[in-house]
Design a protein. Structure first.
Length: 362
């Protein structure tokens, strides 16, 4: 009888053990699912950040802040090689430690990681120890994961996350971290083009306006403060004719006068640039197309009333040079490709008859 009771108790204990194991697995699966859902939200935040109108450095800093907040990472640092030096692009570590953090590529423990393009996880085993790369700090970080960053097989820097406890990242889903790392690379690749654009913006000599590149960098910051805006491209259709009949200097004076008249009538939140040659672009930030048509008619009348006497060269038959405009307008929605829209408007102006002298809506 006692043996039977013992066997029953053993059986019950065994069943309870199996039940506990099953519950623990379900809890673990639930936690993993929650982590993956959270990671998808992080990726969405990444995409939103990329499409925002901030500068390149601002985008990277914001991405780092998202990582720190969503994953409750103690320290996160993104370091990028700019062709000359390693630069800390984003970090929540005190700046006094940045010299160490921007020279991790020289640390023996990370060299193999860089060469093989694989992450490196390091941690201390007991209090009083320090991580191999730490020079002047003992208690700040006690575990770290180092991720080398590559764009098309070219090493561009690294991302390192650090924890304040030994073995802090033992149970962290490294698959998700790998996805995050790839998204950091995607962001760096995307903003690389923006960095180029920001660096080549120039002031036009005759119109005193910013060049086309401004539209897609700093100008877009202003434009994307609004959900809907209106883009207008216009062309001085007879500029080449003025250059031939009068002189190029007269044509330059026409550009200066047209730019001044338009600029004087624009609000500060509107973006006005010399797009290319005889073409100009205005973006009416936060204004729908119907609301700007009347205003454009007034602008067109004022511009076409400009009269410029010939400047240098042989005196022409006409007394004054007068500009003529052809305009095309379309709606821009925040988050869509502004450069794609302006390209479409430019193609319209380039293919329109030279005699066309109206305001068109696409």
């Amino acid at each position: 009888m006692i043996i039977v009771v013992i066997l029953i108790l053993v059986l019950i204990i065994g069943l309870l053990t199996l039940y506990n194991i099953s519950i623990n697995k379900k809890i673990q699966n639930f936690q993993n699912l929650n982590q993956k859902i959270a990671s998808l939200n992080v990726l969405q935040d990444f995409m939103d950040t990329i499409s925002e109108v901030t500068s390149v450095d601002e985008k990277i800093r914001k991405i780092n802040e998202i990582l720190i907040e969503r994953y409750q990472i103690k320290y996160s640092t993104i370091v990028v090689y700019n062709g000359t030096d390693y630069v800390v692009k984003a970090s929540n570590v005190e700046e006094k430690h940045w010299d160490t953090l921007r020279n991790l590529q020289n640390e023996e423990i990370f060299k193999d990681s860089i060469q093989t393009a694989t992450p490196k996880y390091i941690t201390i085993e007991k209090e009083g120890e320090r991580l191999p790369y730490q020079k002047m700090e003992f208690g700040r970080a006690k575990s770290a994961i180092f991720y080398p960053l590559y764009i098309e097989n070219v090493y561009i820097g690294y991302w390192i996350i650090e924890g304040s406890r030994p073995h802090e990242f033992d149970k962290l889903d490294t698959t998700i971290l790998e996805v995050i790392k790839n998204n950091i690379v995607s962001v760096l690749k995307t903003v690389e083009r923006q960095q180029v654009i920001e660096n080549i913006v120039r002031d036009d000599e005759f119109s005193n306006l910013k060049s086309e590149e401004y539209l897609y960098g700093e100008g877009k910051k202003i434009i994307d403060q609004y959900t809907i805006s209106t883009v207008c491209l216009f062309r001085i259709t007879n500029l080449e004719e003025i250059n031939e009949k009068f002189s190029r200097q007269t044509g330059n004076e026409i550009i200066t006068n047209v730019s001044q008249v338009v600029k004087q009538n624009l609000a500060k939140q509107y973006v006005f640039v010399r797009y290319m040659g005889p073409k100009f672009a205005i973006v009416f930030s936060g204004i729908d197309a119907e609301s700007v048509i009347g205003f454009l008619k007034e602008i067109k009348e004022k511009v076409e009333a400009i009269e410029v006497e010939f400047v240098q060269g042989e005196e022409p038959l006409e007394e004054y040079a007068k500009p003529k405009l052809n305009m095309v307008v379309s709606t821009y929605y925040k988050g869509t490709a502004l450069e794609g829209l302006t390209k479409k408007l430019e193609e319209y102006l380039d293919n329109a008859p030279k005699s066309e002298n109206t305001i068109n809506y696409l």
